[in-house]
Ligand binder design. Structure first.
Ligand SMILES: [Zn+2]
Length: 236
């Protein structure tokens, strides 16, 4: 029966189309995962740059703080030389030491900020390196993956054309049956007699049907899943 040969060839086409369609889903996912890695690296880098900027701003503020206190301290110290009463002297003197203490505290904070700055700069170098790597991976793969996607798409179209060409040689009823099985039975319309069981669902094939499958003069459907059963290539 000529139709059986055609059905087998159509199933082979649909098997390949199925594999390539899986690839068509995987490739864009691969590409977007690479793009996502770069985005994460970019975000991390700009966060670290932001941190550095804030740290430097804070250091400048603290330095200004110290400077303005030094100006005050010097002014008070000059005033101390001209002061008459003990009470005034004490008050001014305590203000001077208060400002000196404050400056010493601010200086400690400044040192902490400088240590933090050194750590941020180390982080910044790491982040830049990571970003460069992620950028390199994207550059190396983006075009390759896009070309691959186009190529697979073209291959699918070619095989589809090939299958459709086979389809024109089938009677309408058989083609409808094939199409409905492909659609509803997990892309498998034509299955093999695998040691007297259906290779689609595993259901045992009656001896009478095995004979009919081997005779190849009519379409035999699996009694369980309804798929079209054919002899395994090389079995007879
Ligand atoms: Zn079956």
């Amino acid at each position: 029966m000529r139709e059986l040969e055609i059905l087998i060839k159509m199933q082979q086409c649909d098997d390949i189309i199925g594999e390539k369609e899986i690839l068509m889903q995987e490739l864009p996912r691969e590409l977007s995962s690479i793009k996502n890695d770069l985005e994460i690296a970019n975000t991390q880098l700009s966060e670290t740059e932001q941190k550095l900027e804030e740290n430097i701003t804070m250091q400048k503020l603290k330095e200004l703080d110290i400077q303005s206190n030094i100006v005050k301290i010097n002014k008070y110290k000059e005033q101390l030389l001209t002061i008459k009463t003990n009470k005034e002297y004490k008050a001014l003197n305590s203000e001077v030491s208060h400002l000196e203490n404050k400056n010493s505290e601010t200086d400690d904070i400044l040192i902490e900020l400088m240590e933090e700055e050194a750590n941020i700069r180390i982080q910044l170098t790491e982040d830049k390196k990571k970003q460069e790597i992620a950028n390199g991976v994207l550059k190396a793969n983006e075009e390759k993956l896009n070309n691959k996607i186009k190529q697979v798409q073209k291959e699918i179209e070619q095989i589809r054309d090939e299958r459709n060409e086979f389809a024109t040689k089938l009677p309408r009823q058989i083609l409808k049956r094939y199409a409905s099985l492909i659609k509803n039975k997990n892309r498998k319309a034509v299955v093999f007699n695998e040691n007297n069981a259906c290779s689609g669902c595993g259901f045992n094939i009656r001896p009478q049907l095995v004979i009919e499958i081997n005779n190849k003069d009519r379409l035999v459907n699996c009694e369980s899943c309804g798929r079209i059963l054919v002899a395994k290539p090389g079995d007879n």
